[in-house]
Design a protein around this ligand. Structure first.
Ligand code: CMP
Length: 140
């Protein structure tokens, strides 16, 4: 089915001018960027976005990193978009990421791993709604 997923190009990516390089891999995989904006996340937004990880030892580091520089938030659309984008991103830890994936090509570490993508349809919906109103998403 045609799905939507939520993507973030993280601070390590925006600070190395990798927006275009990452978008090229997204588009080459057949995913359409149907909404995109560059934002400076606030601490409150980052804490809310990663609330599921709030008990993890790396939560503070993760939130600090996400507000350390601008990010690009996106909505991607396509056949099986949620699983497909996770495949295109590669493993969370770039040392384990497969050849040809975004994280293999660009990520620096498990924290500075260049991209985020939703892990389920429910989370995709919630994550998209945190950053985009429906009228900012232009399919077609
Ligand atoms: P993401 O898909 O954005 O969702 C949670 C993030 O936590 C994950 O990507 C990683 O970037 C980050 N993360 C996971 N494990 C660690 C860790 N050990 N140290 C720092 N960040 C981590």
């Amino acid at each position: 089915a045609i799905e939507r997923t939520f993507s973030i190009l993280k601070p390590d990516a925006t600070q190395r001018n990798l927006t275009g390089g990452i978008n090229a891999l997204i588009e080459a995989a057949g995913l359409k960027i149907v909404a995109q904006k560059r934002i400076q996340m606030s601490l409150a937004e980052a804490r809310r976005f990663y609330a599921v990880h709030k008990e993890r030892p790396f939560f503070g580091e993760l939130v600090e990193f996400m507000v350390s520089a601008p990010v690009v938030v996106q909505v991607l659309e396509g056949e099986n978009a949620i699983a497909k984008y996770r495949e295109v991103m590669g493993a969370t830890n770039p040392a384990q990421a497969a050849e040809g994936t975004i994280r293999k090509q660009f990520a620096l570490s498990v924290g500075e791993n260049s991209v985020h993508g939703s892990d389920s349809a429910d989370n995709a919906k919630l994550e998209i709604a945190q950053f985009f109103s429906e009228n900012e998403i232009i399919s077609g």
